[in-house]
Ligand binder design. Sequence first.
Ligand SMILES: Cc1cc2nc3c(=O)[nH]c(=O)nc-3n(C[C@H](O)[C@H](O)[C@H](O)COP(=O)(O)O)c2cc1C
Length: 192
Amino acid sequence: MTFHKKISILVGSLRAGSHARQIAINTIGLFPANYHAEILEIRDLPLYDFDYDDPAASNKPTPVEYTRFRESIKDSDGVLFVTPENNRTIPACLKNAVDVGSKPNGDVAWKNKPVAIISHSAGRMGGYSSQKNLRLALSYFDMPTPDQPEVFLSQSPSLINADGIISQVSTINFLQDYITRFTQIVEGHPRK
Ligand SMILES: Cc1cc2nc3c(=O)[nH]c(=O)nc-3n(C[C@H](O)[C@H](O)[C@H](O)COP(=O)(O)O)c2cc1C
């Protein structure tokens, strides 16, 4: 099957039992059938070091993981972030991915790329600070996004059943509406 659009999903948690990852997997089925949505792994991205992108630092070539990641983002029609909150901001692995995608200045992978964000937490705030901090970090890249609703999934462990499925109809409908709004943005902003 030839897919009409490609969506990369970035998960802000590395642990095997991550609720963010389970939520991300649940969203894949909410995209239209002619979309290919998949998780783009960020675990192996070396910690961001500008020397890797600085031609003057000739002893530190750009890691192949950076190049592959940047190409994958550029080859996407949109990006979906699904993240928990660590110490009131996004987990370090996700910030590292944002930084890697933000360089080099003349060829920023995020630039003009449609974006959607889902945050979650085990508590009642739904990862509010994390999401706001992620929006701040991305604000330099002119990424079109659904303004509303903002998706903060609180008490996330209770949303996911033993099979890893989000079974509550109201939550699925809410996520479906958000993904539909996101795909409308994607359709309106074709890749250049
Ligand atoms: C280092 C660390 C810091 C955390 N800080 C916050 C926080 O500021 N706010 C919050 O709601 N939860 C916080 N938590 C709880 C995590 O958000 C919670 O464990 C969440 O389920 C992890 O997401 P995951 O299931 O996708 O791995 C923190 C957890 C860790 C390990």
